[in-house]
Design a protein around this ligand. Sequence first.
Ligand SMILES: Nc1nc2c(c(=O)[nH]1)N[C@H]1C(S)=C(S)[C@@H](COP(=O)(O)O)O[C@H]1N2
Ligand SMILES: [Mo]
Length: 239
Amino acid sequence: MVASTEDHGAPIGRRVVLGMLGLGAAGVVGGAPLVRAVGNFLRPLTANDPTGLSDLLPGAGAFRLYTVTSGFPIAPPAYRLVVDGLVDRPLSLSLADLEAMAPVHLVKPFQCVTGWRVPGVHWTGVALGHLLDLAGVAKAGRALRFESFDGVYTESLTLAQARRPDVVVAYRMLGAPLTREHGGPVRLYVAPMYGYKSIKWLQRISVVDRVEPGYWEHYGYAVDAWVGRSNGRSDPPIG
Ligand SMILES: Nc1nc2c(c(=O)[nH]1)N[C@H]1C(S)=C(S)[C@@H](COP(=O)(O)O)O[C@H]1N2
Ligand SMILES: [Mo]
């Protein structure tokens, strides 16, 4: 058995040792019910290593490729990004529609709450606030709910968070079109927050009347996931 440092499944900052998983629901690690770690273990995969074992090797400054399903989903042939819910004009956008809009370029670090960080990542996309302006947020709108075409992952932002200039609906990353593994054709990039807010394989953005906690947030991660100021951390924000 090997120890993994890729743990989104226990309360923040905890490390799960795979060999302990056999203890089952009765086990307790540092006061946290182990069942949470068992049921919600973050699964690192790589494109050419479906065992994921290469992710257990040291890889400083490198992305880990994450999915909570059994693989990396493939975009539907007629991919569309839908913006709906409490809006005046629902949108259904192709990748070409997004590429035709004014681009936003960001160079920012990407920080996963489990500890790994990639500095100086190049991103290109459309300001999320611009899409909200196009759709026209209705009076009752307070927050956004994001859905992935992996069918499982969800995320959330308040409208104020969504309108920050460093929050983009990205279609390029690392100087190239977003790869399938990184969430292509389109993912969210929320620069000031931990990586779990940056939902991959983005398919739907719905304006809703309250924040609905996203996938990892059901397991104890902060809904307001500011880097350095959430999830039990008190260090100053990075980048
Ligand atoms: N759909 C989906 N989006 C996701 C995830 C996921 O498992 N599924 N993992 C999140 C987490 S925890 C991180 S750190 C980043 C990792 O991005 P990467 O896989 O491109 O490195 O994606 C986020 N977005
Ligand atoms: Mo993460």
